[in-house]
Design a binder for this molecule. Structure first.
Ligand SMILES: Cc1cc2nc3c(=O)[nH]c(=O)nc-3n(C[C@H](O)[C@H](O)[C@H](O)COP(=O)(O)O)c2cc1C
Length: 225
């Protein structure tokens, strides 16, 4: 798979097969992704990879809490969306939610149905591998951005191995549980989780793709002859 195919075929996969992924593959992805650029070559990413019994352990901690705690969980450790979220971003966020729930026939008014689907975040959508990306508390916006670039590099390298991913900031709402589970040092905080594995291509939740704005909406060009 070339880089063009990797970019074009990556999407947020929300149903995985149980097929395991070899540790050596996950190690290779995590190591190779560190070729991602970072300001001053700080390489500010910290990665915690779990699989198998560790994933089961974490799921067992959270599953019984889902029915009463969603959508807030433990309260997010940092604000993911600007408040208030204004146009055009509000509309884009709304649209992607509508497309997702329409793909699995869950109506807007069906809050319980939506929470049930949302809760699958905390099962890593059935993925056999899960990653947590952490950041140093005293790092700033440039380092957050670098970790974002690292995360995307992981997602693209995963495609090279035939794997799919879903980045998961949903885990920020369970930061206390994740902190104690991973024994995260106090100077680090979770930036995002990520589910990784082989796509269940028969699952309706994986049947749609998120739209993008046309080029002219976000880029300008000048000086090209
Ligand atoms: C840092 C980050 C965190 C995300 N967190 C979640 C999440 O918690 N759960 C989820 O289902 N999707 C999550 N997403 C996926 C976005 O909804 C998705 O990237 C966006 O709608 C574009 O769709 P695509 O990734 O399929 O192209 C996240 C994406 C990013 C980049």
């Amino acid at each position: 798979m070339d880089v063009f195919e990797a970019v074009a075929s990556r999407f947020s996969c929300r149903a995985f097969l149980q097929t395991p992924v070899a540790e050596i593959t996950v190690r290779d992805i995590i190591e190779s992704a560190s070729r991602a650029p970072s300001a001053g070559n700080m390489q500010p990413w910290r990665v915690y990879a779990i699989a198998g019994s560790r994933i089961e352990e974490l799921k067992n901690l959270l599953t019984p809490r889902m029915a009463t705690e969603l959508p807030k969980g433990e309260g997010a450790e940092y604000t993911i969306y600007p408040e208030p979220l204004t146009e055009p971003y509000l509309g884009r966020r709304f649209q992607v939610g509508e497309l997702l729930y329409r793909a699995i026939d869950i109506a807007r008014q069906d809050k319980a149905g939506r929470y049930k689907q949302y809760a699958k975040n905390y099962e890593f959508f059935g993925a056999p591998v899960a990653l947590f990306f952490a950041r140093e508390r005293d790092h700033g916006p440039a380092q957050w951005a670098d970790i974002g670039g690292y995360l995307q590099t992981v997602a693209l390298l995963a495609r090279g191995h035939g794997l799919h991913t879903c980045p998961q900031q949903a885990w920020v709402s369970y930061h206390k549980t994740v902190r104690s589970f991973l024994k995260l040092p106090s100077n680090q905080m979770i930036y995002s989780g990520m589910a990784m594995g082989y796509e269940d291509s028969a699952a309706p939740i994986n049947s749609w793709r998120s739209p993008r704005e046309p080029l002219e909406a976000f880029a300008t060009f000048s000086g090209f002859d």
